[in-house]
Design a protein. Structure first.
Lengths: 493, 355
């Protein structure tokens, strides 16, 4: 997500960080790069202009010249302005005091409304709600069927009295749906509407009529994250024509730079509430503006990562793990354990994509073969408990035995052991609150909005666990970072 | 106008006009030379030429109903004026039309140069320069669908990301071909998205085409493609159009699947066209899409959809410049006839508008 924009900004900031003091010319040069990067990321021109103006104003002000490390300050300004545009704090879905809560979806053709309707329904159902889907897209051939199939996949009933394909009146379907939902006591009604162009007055009026008929608590504007400059026009048209309360960004699992997020949030002033990240029914998550901004700056999405980890990691286990890491007793057995935990969390690719600095690995991430994990598992399972605890005893004949036992080659075994050692080293550093050589992470990190034990340490300047590096950081020297293809989780790049 | 035709094996008693034959022969020699790449020896080339010469004796051109795209495009300059002093504004306009920063810079520079040379000053003159420039840059002579070698059924493979408008495009294209008298079979190889097969079936009915559906739910799309080819050959279709599931170009697994579909088709038939469907609202990511799909599926043309909205699809400029892939068709609405050939000068005039 936002990968290419991150790459670009990181590139820009690299130059910035290598200098002690900034001149006005430096700032302008940097801003030119940022402008270009944002435009290449499809942020709308008018949004880019106001963004650049805001950053320049602040960057040229006292704030920077008096700061100890002006470059970092600019990074922070950019980050803060991004958060501001993306909508500041995360917003939750608002529910009606008296059910049913009505959620209406609107957007262009092909933005992903129907698929999203299913995901939203599933998500609500998982939270104990009793949602019902309403098929008001009577336009596109077989959109009604599609919603029915999706409803089935999500395990959510679908209200579809009309077969669609140009027949039936979506406004009356919407009306009847609300009645039906009240009668049958559904708690949430999700109204899927036909895709329409902002300039199609007739269809915009129809959407507005659906809105009037259902009096929705949320009108979610669904927009494809690949959209270009037109995002501004489209968002304005829907805001004016239908009136929206929130935005859902779809297809964020693609490699689009996603500047539309900035454009839409800026132009409509409405928060982005959800992000849709794949075709599976679960590929759906709340949108976190602050995290997204960090991601844009290539600081990774540590918070989402932590949250997901918490979902599946047993807390005691996690504590134990942290202690082990700190004490340097992290073994291959733990590694295996952890890998299985990771798998519980869902797609490894999504997980890794949230790691700071992972953008550089992005192309490799997309190519991760999850089979590789099976291989890793097989190798570790072919080791004796003693070997798992102390990989140092793995001599040639042991490695050969393991290779044979797991159906892999000695090279594979060697590779795993090497990766494990790297991972163990990295985790040790991380658990001490250090910064394990993550590119793009400015030392003056903005405070994280989540109380964490390691927060204080992090704020102190996320000093490197490596004494040499730490000294270098103190001296303001930028060490060359090595971005290894091999990741921390036993997945070969 | 080129592209309004396809070529069908002719009834044996009617003789094809001489000049048309020659044209075809020439085209095919070129094709053959292209396909027989550097490594091939000249003998092979001549042999290929000889091979393809046989069917064209029986070819007859079928003219298809004319379509125009003027309905859709809205002018870039509805609100903005520009003059020689202030061409930065032109750059902004091009950026807003999704041309991309780099392409916008190049175009602006070129307009400046030409304006200097010709001493153009007025807005009308500048508009003319821009229109000409864009017409030139977009203009090329390979926009026709390559349905011309007489080896039928012609296979058109339709690919693209999710929601670009593949299925709708296929419906329109099928209808257009059947209107022109072609027998069309559709292959429903989008076995993934819910109700995609049903959607294609609706279009098959509307366009009087045959459809080959998966026999079981979620069947391997390559298997459906294979069956489609067999059916199209058996029922003597003129054209086989194969729908594929939308896939984001960074999903390696899905892109590999597309490669497999392609290979499976090519076991029995050559693919005449691989059309990449691009949503005109798409921004710079369209370039990544074009690159990735070309790599895997060897895209031969672009269908630019949803041009009836406010989006301009300017990124196709850069795609054509960098990847040398022509825009062949445009979609301008949800109706079965909202569809036309891409025409460089219409497109350029539509973008720049009247002064």
């Amino acid at each position: 997500m936002f990968g290419n924009l991150s790459d670009r900004l990181v590139e820009t900031f690299k130059n910035l960080r290598s200098k002690g003091k900034l001149s006005a010319a430096d700032i302008d040069a940097t801003l030119r790069e940022i402008r270009r990067a944002l435009l290449e990321a499809d942020v709308a021109l008018e949004v880019v202009k106001s963004f650049i103006a805001a950053v320049r104003e602040r960057a040229l002000g006292d704030e920077v010249s008096k700061a100890l490390n002006p470059a970092q300050q600019v990074v922070q300004i950019v980050q803060e302005e991004l958060v501001t545009i993306l909508g500041g704090e995360q917003r939750r879905l608002s529910f009606a005091k008296n059910p049913p809560t009505v959620i209406m979806l609107a957007g262009l053709q092909g933005s992903g409304k129907t698929t999203l309707a299913g995901k939203l329904a599933k998500w609500l159902k998982d939270q104990g709600q009793t949602p019902i889907l309403v098929a008001c897209d009577l336009q596109r051939p077989n959109a009604v069927n599609q919603l029915q199939v999706i409803g089935e996949r999500a395990g959510v009933p679908v209200f579809a009295p009309e077969e669609g394909n140009g027949k039936g009146n979506p406004v009356s379907v919407a009306k009847d749906a609300i009645k039906h939902a009240k009668q049958k006591q559904f708690s949430v009604v999700i109204v899927d509407t036909a895709g329409r162009l902002g300039i199609d007055e007739e269809l915009m009026k129809q959407a507005n009529d659906i809105r009037k008929a259902t009096d929705p608590d949320e009108v979610l504007f669904v927009i494809d994250s690949m959209i270009g400059q037109d995002a501004v026009n489209v968002a304005k048209a829907f805001e004016e024509g239908v009136g929206i309360t929130g935005v859902v960004l779809t297809k964020l699992d693609g490699d689009a730079r996603g500047g539309a997020a900035l454009s839409v949030a800026q132009v409509t002033g409405k928060p982005i509430i959800f992000a849709s990240t794949g075709e599976g029914m679960d590929a759906f998550e709340p949108f976190y503006p602050d995290r997204m901004a960090s991601r844009i700056l290539d600081m990774g999405d540590i918070l989402t990562l932590i949250e997901q980890a918490q979902k599946s990691f047993d807390e005691d286990q996690a504590r134990e793990m942290a202690e082990k890491m700190a004490k340097d007793t992290f073994t291959l057995e733990d590694f295996l354990d952890q890998m299985q935990q990771l798998r519980k969390m869902g797609s490894i690719k999504n997980m890794l994509a949230m790691m700071p600095g992972a953008n550089k690995l992005k192309s490799q991430l997309e190519n991760i073969d999850e089979k590789e994990m099976d291989h890793t598992e097989a190798i570790i399972r072919s080791m004796t408990p003693k070997e798992r605890k102390d990989p140092k005893i793995l001599n040639g004949s042991r490695r050969l035995r393991i290779a044979k036992g797991s159906g892999m080659t000695v090279t594979d075994v060697n590779g795993l052991v090497n990766r494990f050692e790297q991972a163990a080293k990295m985790m040790k550093t991380m658990s001490r609150g250090g910064n394990p050589g993550i590119p793009g992470m400015p030392t003056g990190m903005p405070p994280m909005p989540r109380p964490q034990a390691k927060k204080d340490k992090g704020k102190k300047g996320s000093k490197s666990g490596n004494p040499a590096k730490r000294a270098a950081e103190a001296a303001g020297i930028e060490l060359p970072r090595t971005d290894k293809g091999g990741s921390a989780f036993g997945i070969g790049g | 106008m080129a592209g309004l035709m396809f070529w069908r094996k002719k009834d044996k008693n009617v003789q094809a006009p001489e000049d048309l034959q020659e044209q075809v022969i020439e085209e095919q020699i070129q094709d053959a030379v292209q396909t027989a790449s550097e490594a091939h020896v000249i003998e092979e080339v001549t042999q290929q030429v000889v091979e393809v010469e046989i069917p064209q004796v029986e070819l007859e051109p079928i003219e298809l109903p004319k379509r125009s795209l003027t309905k859709g495009i809205r002018s870039l300059f509805s609100r903005i004026k520009f003059d020689v002093e202030n061409l930065e504004e032109l750059e902004d306009v091009l950026i807003q039309a999704d041309f991309g920063v780099a392409a916008a810079e190049v175009i602006v520079q070129e307009v400046k140069n030409r304006a200097k040379k010709s001493g153009a000053k007025t807005e009308a003159e500048l508009r003319l320069i821009l229109t000409d420039l864009l017409t030139e840059k977009f203009g090329r002579d390979d926009r026709a669908l390559k349905l011309d070698n007489g080896v039928q059924p012609y296979v058109i493979l339709v690919v693209g990301v999710n929601g670009a408008g593949k299925t709708t495009t296929i419906g329109k294209l099928a209808n257009w071909l059947t209107q022109g008298g072609a027998k069309v079979t559709l292959g429903a190889a989008d076995t993934f998205r819910a109700a995609a097969v049903d959607q294609l079936e609706t279009w098959a009915t509307r366009s009087n085409s045959e459809i080959v559906k998966p026999t079981i739910e979620g069947q391997d799309p390559a298997a459906v493609a294979f069956e489609s080819v067999e059916r199209a050959m058996a029922n003597q279709s003129d054209v086989l159009i194969i729908d594929t599931a939308g896939r984001l170009q960074n999903k390696q697994g899905l892109m590999d699947e597309l490669g497999k579909i392609r290979r499976v088709i090519e076991k029995n038939l050559a693919i005449s066209e691989v059309l990449l469907v691009l949503d005109a609202t798409t921004g710079q990511n369209a370039m990544a899409q074009a690159k990735a799909f070309t790599e895997v599926a060897n895209v031969t043309g672009i269908v630019l959809t949803k041009l009836d909205g406010t989006a301009k699809g300017g990124i196709v400029y850069a795609i054509q410049e960098q990847l040398d892939i022509p825009v062949k068709l445009v979609g301008i609405g949800e109706g079965i006839d909202d569809f036309g050939f891409f025409d460089a000068s219409e497109f350029a005039q539509g973008l720049v508008g009247e002064s």
